[in-house]
Design a protein around this ligand. Structure first.
Ligand code: MLT
Length: 431
């Protein structure tokens, strides 16, 4: 049979296969090749899985990743059930919600987390999201490619890795990416870095700190705000663990510091406050008075940029989840979350006391759920020792940066029984 279209079709496929061979092809973002092969916690999970597979009769206790173990507070559960029922009735059903979050939650946050502490934050400066990890990772998108970065060491790996992915660094040389000013947290400075002697533009700070558990005083935070104002820089302040602060002198928010509204973005999360690691709800505050500049020196409000980014790439947190989050601001909610946090802090005290008794210098655990243990030896070696001899998982400090070497992080997120068993096993293993 004669098909008139055939010769043309043949030519099309011949041309296509030739172009595949010789011309441009799909290419990767080569910045990803600068990263370590896998994310720290995936790496640890693989090692632990291999150990468990090889030693099925030895139960492992996980004090590594900071994942909560206790159930949601009852107020959250009730709100979650009630809101789910609303979704099952035509009259109260909800489709897409506002990308930035429902007003009931944004208003509760502005009132209870900020106004109550004397901070001027409006409800429409709060952006509700599904996690601080995502927000801390995504925020860099609204800044120029060539901003100068200041990032702590040791550090939550997301701050570094997302900037590497975006192409803001050179290669990693001797455990450090070129192009980053590292803010070293060491025993010498009490694990709270001072402002650098050089100018930087985008500064990541986290207090109470992950991984060290250190907290920053008002004077230390004031020095950072003053530095940022002098250099027209922006501070990205991660305060995901603020609910663990028990020392009344320690600020919970960067906005408790004079002038911070002009230089800081703050990240908060319900994960560690109310057990939402699996439920997913967090928020980011971008004050309307905060600006950054274009190449011509014109100021642009970052609130407008983040609104554009958030509404374009995010479609809001589920209504029942936002209702559950809002429930923590009721009187019963405040009481229940405070009990939850006290429970983990009591675990933290047990861990810190036990490790101190074993002769290790420790910080954290008093205003944070993490204890940073100065082991004085290779941190992966210490991790392996605890895993193999005590069947306890910790996080090797080197995974958080060069200054983390010689330390491990122990997390207080587990049941009391598991924490007590883990500490008894560690004591026996290190005898
Ligand atoms: C951690 O272990 O550092 C936490 O799980 C980090 C996080 O919340 O993503």
């Amino acid at each position: 049979m004669n098909y008139p279209g055939r010769p043309r079709l043949f030519k099309f496929f011949a041309r296509r296969s030739l172009s595949r061979t010789f011309a441009a092809m799909i290419r990767i973002n080569e910045n990803y090749t600068k990263l370590k092969a896998s994310y720290l916690f995936s790496d640890i999970a693989k090692r632990v899985s291999a150990y468990v597979a090889a030693n099925p009769s030895k139960p492992v206790i996980r004090l590594g990743i900071g994942d909560v173990t206790e159930p949601l507070p009852p107020v959250c559960l009730e709100a979650l059930h009630a809101a789910t029922d609303e979704m099952g009735r035509r009259a109260t059903f909800k489709g897409y919600g506002p990308e930035q979050g429902y007003a009931f939650l944004r208003e509760a946050i502005a009132q209870h987390d900020y106004a109550a502490r004397g901070c001027k934050i409006e409800a429409d400066e709060v952006f509700v999201s599904d996690g601080s990890k995502c927000d801390c990772g995504n925020i860099q998108e609204i800044f120029a490619q060539d901003v100068r970065l200041a990032i702590p060491d040791p550090v939550y790996p997301v701050y570094v890795d997302t900037n590497v992915m975006a192409g803001r660094t050179g290669a990693s040389v001797d455990g450090r990416y070129q192009g980053i000013t590292y803010l070293e947290s060491t025993p010498a400075n009490g694990y709270v870095p001072s402002v650098p002697s050089v100018a930087t533009d985008l500064i990541y700070l986290c207090f109470p700190n992950n991984p060290t558990g250190a907290v920053a005083t008002r004077a230390q935070l004031q020095a950072w705000v003053t530095y940022a104002r002098q250099h027209k820089a922006v501070i990205l302040f991660d305060s995901a663990y603020e609910a663990y602060i028990r020392n009344p002198e320690i600020p919970h928010s960067i906005y408790e510091i004079e002038g911070a509204r002009e230089v800081a973005i703050e990240f908060r999360s319900f994960s560690k406050t109310a057990g939402f690691t699996g439920t997913r709800c967090a928020y980011t505050v971008v004050p309307k008075s905060l600006v950054a500049y274009d190449a011509a020196g014109n100021a642009h409000p970052l609130h407008a940029l983040w609104t554009r980014r958030h509404t374009t790439k995010f479609n809001g947190v589920a209504y029942p989840i936002q209702k559950a989050a809002a429930a923590i601001y009721t009187d019963a909610g405040k009481q229940q979350t405070s009990e939850l946090i006290n429970f983990y802090l009591a675990n933290a005290k047990l861990i810190r006391d036990a490790m101190t008794k074993l002769g290790f210098a420790c910080i954290g655990g008093d205003n944070a759920p993490y204890i940073w243990v100065n082991t004085g030896r290779d941190s992966w070696e210490f991790f392996d020792l605890l895993l193999n001899r005590a069947q306890v998982v910790c996080t090797p400090g080197a995974g958080f940066g060069k200054c983390g070497e010689g330390h491990v992080r122990i997390s207080a997120f587990n049941s009391r029984e598991n924490v007590e068993t883990a500490l008894a096993r560690i004591a026996a293993a290190l005898k």
